[in-house]
Design a protein around this ligand. Sequence first.
Ligand SMILES: Cc1cc2nc3c(=O)[nH]c(=O)nc-3n(C[C@H](O)[C@H](O)[C@H](O)COP(=O)(O)OP(=O)(O)OC[C@H]3O[C@@H](n4cnc5c(N)ncnc54)[C@H](O)[C@@H]3O)c2cc1C
Length: 350
Amino acid sequence: MIEKNESGEVWIYAETQDGELQEITQELCGKARDLADKLGVSTGAVLLGKGVESVASGLFERGIDKVYLVEDELLKFFRSSPYTHALVDLIKKYRPQIVLYGASNLGRDLAPRVASATQSGLTADCTNLDISDVTEKSGTIHKNLLLQIRPAFGGNIVATIVNYDHWPQMATVREGVFPLVEPDKNRQGKIIREQFIKESESNGMGNYLGLNAVEVIRREVAKRKINLKGARVIVAGGAGVGSKENFGLLFELANLFGGTVGASRAAVDSGFIGAEHQVGQTGSTVRPAIYIACGISGMVQHRVGMDGSAKIIAINNDSSAPIFSIAHYGIVGDLKQVIPLMIKSFRERT
Ligand SMILES: Cc1cc2nc3c(=O)[nH]c(=O)nc-3n(C[C@H](O)[C@H](O)[C@H](O)COP(=O)(O)OP(=O)(O)OC[C@H]3O[C@@H](n4cnc5c(N)ncnc54)[C@H](O)[C@@H]3O)c2cc1C
């Protein structure tokens, strides 16, 4: 177990690919800064690999104070055991109080292994994080704990999970839930270079030296046709759209704004539109400037994917639909009448 360290830093695991910082890491930088400022401590990023030092400046520019850099031939390509080993050794040495990972394939592989090796906890797939004092049922007050917030029980509730005494407090975070921070090119930090001590006896990682990754061969994967995450305007449809043909109206409206079409899971499950359009807990997390929700009731599993949108406009024929509780503008009516009117009005203005 790692001893509790209330003045410990807030760390992120810095994910890179082909020498570039992954977007999820850039998103984590801003949140780590925010949490560290609330705690009055520094931020750190763990950077593992070979020839990766050049990305440290990108971490500093986004709010990281220290980069813990471990470079070794064995870390050239991601492999679970040596990466876990390197990260566990750093955690044991520096005792950060929080470690955050992206909920990417790599983060989902690495974080549970580190949690197991350090006997700490891990909350997967968080959609928000914060700092607060927490009072146990017994009355014991824990100062400044990490609130790890995520949908639970099939998404029917949003749970806040805390870890009293198995430290560091660790979480993986879904892509797209935290906004990217504007890099400050003048911001600098400190690189702390550490040796990769192979097969340290203390970390129980087992023998991985008999295995070596020689080459990584990338397979061309068909590019996703749509870019939901980067869209400024999303016109999303739910079960209330009623058919694949009616989705044509949503595409027409989205095209007028240079936007993209999103969907609820009910619309995807009904076969109205492809799964790559799905927004929500099991789809994409988006935060466009404008989100137009058409025939979507606003269940929590949908909301967690879009409630960070700057302006939400809801069109629904049921005035008591939950989507209206988070919408900035609401139109009660049949979307098959409302959307053509919007298209007509927009065309007349442009
Ligand atoms: C583990 C789990 C994960 C999930 N993940 C997701 C996810 O990622 N994304 C997601 O969206 N859901 C997800 N869901 C499903 C979610 O619980 C809801 O079932 C779903 O979001 C409902 O979609 P909907 O709002 O389109 O359909 P409904 O809830 O059926 O709502 C349809 C709405 O359309 C309105 N309407 C009907 N006709 C019209 C009309 N002519 N004009 C205007 N309005 C009309 C109705 O009043 C109603 O409010 C998940 C569920 C579980 C259990």
